[in-house]
Design a protein around this ligand. Structure first.
Ligand code: F6R
Length: 241
């Protein structure tokens, strides 16, 4: 079930997402599912500001991230490991061992997938943060991914690599071709979801997610079957609703 909120500016969109997050992080031992990309950066800034001004502590909070590129080291400036440290973990009091980002390195990526799934085995995510790709992907579950998927390796589509080239000197050849990603079934297990989308290039995907048929052609459409999804949009992303 969707609760759709539309706000004029990215700052207001981030504030609405933060309201949902704040309710959850009040619980000292909450489990957060986190996303990377540009959409949640404003939310993370608000979490950091609140940590400093209100003293909200993350000492007993644990986090699991959605995805990571393969083919680049975790120390790469565009890895999602680096992104999470620069945009959130380094600025709050969360212990490093409480944070989990899938490992996209090594010779046996299938084993990395199994290990990540095992790390989440007994965990229920209290709130899952999501963005959405212009092709309707959530995490890196591209169109065609089965709804019962667990952590797996994904071939990134041309469209996703083109969209993400902005982080790689606008050079699609530098964008990794594969990623390790939590599956759709893993995401659907979260108690609550907050999805952030801004900009006109998200409008079709947002429409498909909310009003389209539930189909693997638009992976985000599976969220229609989730009981508690807050979708926070700007007017451009909401334009086709
Ligand atoms: C990132 C992720 C992706 C992004 C999506 C939108 O962890 O899971 O699904 O949320 O590609 O990216 P942005 O926010 O950069 O438009």
């Amino acid at each position: 079930m969707f609760n759709v909120i539309v706000r004029d500016t990215y700052d207001e969109v981030s504030s609405e997402a933060f309201k949902v997050m704040k309710e959850v992080v009040r619980k000292k031992n909450a489990v957060l599912g986190l996303a990377t990309g540009s959409s949640p950066i404003g939310l993370y800034k608000k979490m950091i500001a609140d940590h400093h001004s209100e003293g909200t502590s993350y000492k007993e909070i644990r986090t699991w991230n959605l995805d990571e590129y393969t083919g680049i080291p975790h120390t790469h400036d565009q890895s999602y490991y680096t992104f999470m440290h620069e945009n959130l973990f380094n600025h709050i009091d969360i212990p490093e061992e409480n944070t989990h980002v899938p490992c996209g390195e090594g010779d046996d990526l299938e084993q990395n997938c199994r290990d990540y799934e095992k790390s989440m085995e007994d965990v229920i995510v209290d709130i899952q943060v999501l963005g959405i790709g212009s092709d309707g992907h959530i995490a890196f579950n591209e169109p065609g991914t089965p709804f019962d998927s667990l952590t797996h390796i994904m071939d990134l589509t041309e469209q996703t690599r083109q969209d993400n080239a902005r982080f790689f000197d606008n050079d699609i050849d530098q964008v990794p071709t594969h990623a390790i990603t939590m599956g759709l079934a893993s995401i659907m297990r979260a108690r609550k979801i907050v999805l952030i989308a801004t900009g006109a290039n998200k409008a079709d995907a947002v429409y498909g997610m909310i009003h389209g048929p539930i189909t693997t052609d638009c992976p985000a459409s599976i969220l229609q079957a989730h009981p508690d999804v807050t979708v926070v949009l700007d007017p451009a992303a909401a334009a086709k609703l």
